[in-house]
Write a new protein. Structure first.
Length: 600
């Protein structure tokens, strides 16, 4: 943003870090208000700052109907009322950035593979049996991929630190050859974006051998030994390999979920409050007219499970599951993205994707709360994150023709799905959520299964930010408007900006007899806008640069002759005294003044 000289009016698609928190006010007719208006970059309103790039955050306070958006103005008038004509989305994303990966991506996972604190991508390309590693640059883009071959793999990949060395490792299921057992490959990370040779672990033995494709994969500590375990699902079994903590695993044990069913999805979480991770499995009945089912397997605390408790879901076929507390009651809830197979059954209805919310009762059971039709078909990805920074869990669902966002209200309900991308992904897509550009907001990476690229959509929602403001006192005004276009009262926040550095002068040399009081004259000059409010540090150094004396003085006036006085206990010789200044905004001196101090 260029330096403004007067009033700036800005209306955006919901400003960056806004905390839009819906709170019921006294009456439904009350206009929405704004509370908690702060500037993270300029936290004290009465203080001066050398940062000309202020940001602002706030909470929206509203009765129903809820806040539809915000309008705001930054200017140098303390009494401005911002514009109330707005048309804002609660979240927006920047245009996608693409990076090349292997042909036909089948799975995507996030990890910091080179230990630089920036999220990287691991993309599994099934047909070419390879994994592409894209190292993140921290700005939403990635370095060119490097790839390595893996065994013919299913469409799954997971990332976790399996041997507790601080480096993320990979787990990839291996498709079995005809009549052979299924397995998982474990690849331990080297911490530089490369991985050690894979080690395969069989998923069964004897009659319990897993011969089908692994359809779901998760990693968690299931037996409370602080070592990560692997959970898989194939056909009608959930299987667990307990970790040894060094990247190796013991023999698998399995639990039957539903007879004559095919498990498509898994989610893990403590569903009954006993501290152990339980499992929810989504499956499809193998019948002429498919029907879905959800099964809960409660953990006994040792990594084995009680008998599955199953409930049918009718024509809704659970494709993707997630566990989260969406109503802030401390109990885990279940989010399910379903494919509704109602096409060609004589009803004349198209297939569609339904997102169903089941609220947890805290004992491992759930109550269906709501169902949302995304208007799309099928669900490839279901992710839970707080995309608009209001403290509530939101849902992101990818379908065959884009991705939808359902903003959470914090009570277990969600707003109607909003489509943020109309890209046709044909055979579907895989995706993951992470903060790819380090701004504290969740972004989204997605790869079409029929392509060879991964696209990153950066979240540009939340906080309002300005850049390169001129020195002086600025006022940020914000107001909320509800869905009936009723604007509430405006809130105002002042920021004081001073980027002018002070200067120091040492008018003349000084001399003192050892043991007497030395008086070192100096001056500090500080230009507006916060002129004069400086601290000065006096340092006396010998010819080797060693500091012999240091003291800090405070000053309220500019261009006034001061002196530093101290009892001189230095040996005879020639020293130098230096004058350093810092103004109230934190600007340090443009030059360091110095002169001689002669001790005789």
């Amino acid at each position: 943003m260029n330096r403004p000289t007067g009033r700036i009016a800005l209306v955006v698609f919901l400003a960056s870090g806004l905390l839009a928190l819906a709170v019921t006010s006294a009456a439904l007719s009350d206009p929405p208000s704004v509370g908690g208006l702060v500037s993270p970059t300029h936290p004290v309103a009465s203080a001066w700052y050398a940062n000309p790039n202020p940001t602002f955050s706030w909470r929206g306070l509203s009765a129903t109907p809820a806040i539809a958006g915000y309008s705001y103005v930054l200017d140098q008038d303390p009494a401005t009322i911002p514009d109330t004509v707005i048309d804002l989305l609660p979240v927006s994303f920047a245009p996608k950035r693409d990076a090349l990966v292997g042909l036909y991506p089948r799975a995507l996972a996030i990890g910091d593979f080179n230990s630089d604190g920036k999220p990287d991508l691991a993309v599994l390309s099934r047909d070419s049996a390879s994994v592409s590693i894209l190292l993140g640059k921290g700005n939403g883009s990635f370095a060119p991929r490097h790839s390595f071959a893996v065994a013919k793999a299913s469409a799954l990949i997971a990332v976790a630190d399996l041997n507790r060395d601080g480096k993320p490792d990979l787990v990839i299921p291996v498709d079995p050859a005809l009549g052979k057992q299924s397995a998982v490959s474990v690849l331990l990370g080297n911490g530089d974006g490369t991985f050690a040779a894979r080690h395969n672990y069989s998923l069964g033995h004897g009659d319990e051998a897993a011969h089908g494709e692994v359809r779901a994969l998760a990693i968690a500590d299931l037996n409370g030994d602080h070592r990560l375990d692997i959970v898989t699902a194939d056909y009608d079994h959930v299987r667990v390999l307990l970790g040894n903590g060094d990247g190796s695993f013991g023999a698998p044990h399995g639990s039957l979920v539903v007879a004559y069913s095919e498990i498509d999805s898994l989610a893990l979480g403590d569903l009954n409050g006993d501290g152990a991770k339980d499992v929810v499995a989504g499956s499809q009945e193998l019948a002429n007219q498919p029907e879905g089912a959800l099964s809960v397997l409660l953990n006994k605390g040792d990594g084995s499970f009680k008998a599955a408790v199953t409930q049918g879901t009718g024509v809704l076929l659970p494709e993707r599951l997630a566990v989260a507390d969406v109503n802030h009651d401390g109990k885990r809830d279940l989010l399910v993205a379903n494919y509704a197979d109602v096409f060609d059954w004589g009803y004349g209805q198209p297939d569609y994707c339904a997102v169903v919310v089941y609220l947890g009762k805290g004992d491992g059971s759930f109550a269906k709360a709501a169902e949302y039709d995304s208007g799309q078909w099928s669900a490839d990805v279901l992710k839970v994150a707080d995309f608009n920074a209001d403290g509530n869990a939101d849902l992101l669902v990818t379908t065959g023709s884009g991705f939808d966002l359902l903003l959470g209200n914090g009570d277990g309900s969600f707003q109607a799905p909003v489509e943020f991308d109309s890209t046709s992904w044909g055979g579907g897509a895989v995706g993951a959520v992470a903060d790819f550009n380090g701004d504290g907001k969740p972004d989204f990476a997605v790869a079409a299964r029929e392509g060879n690229t991964v696209s990153v959509s950066l979240n540009r929602s939340t906080r309002a930010a300005y850049h390169g403001l001129a020195d002086g006192v600025w006022y940020f005004h914000v107001r909320a408007v509800d869905v009936n276009a009723v604007g509430g009262p405006s809130a105002t926040r002042a920021v004081r900006i001073d980027t002018q550095r002070p200067s120091t002068q040492a008018p003349s040399a000084a001399s003192v007899q050892s043991g007497d009081v030395a008086r070192l004259p100096y001056m500090v000059s500080d230009p507006p806008p916060c002129a004069g409010w400086c601290t000065a540090q006096i340092k006396v150094k010998d010819g080797h640069g060693t500091v012999k004396f240091s003291h800090t003085y405070g000053h309220a006036h500019s261009d006034v002759l001061y002196q530093a006085a101290f009892r001189c206990r230095l040996a005879k010789g020639v020293y130098h005294f230096y004058v350093y200044a810092t103004d109230a905004a934190g600007n340090k001196q443009a030059n360091v003044a110095s002169n001689s101090l002669i001790v005789y």
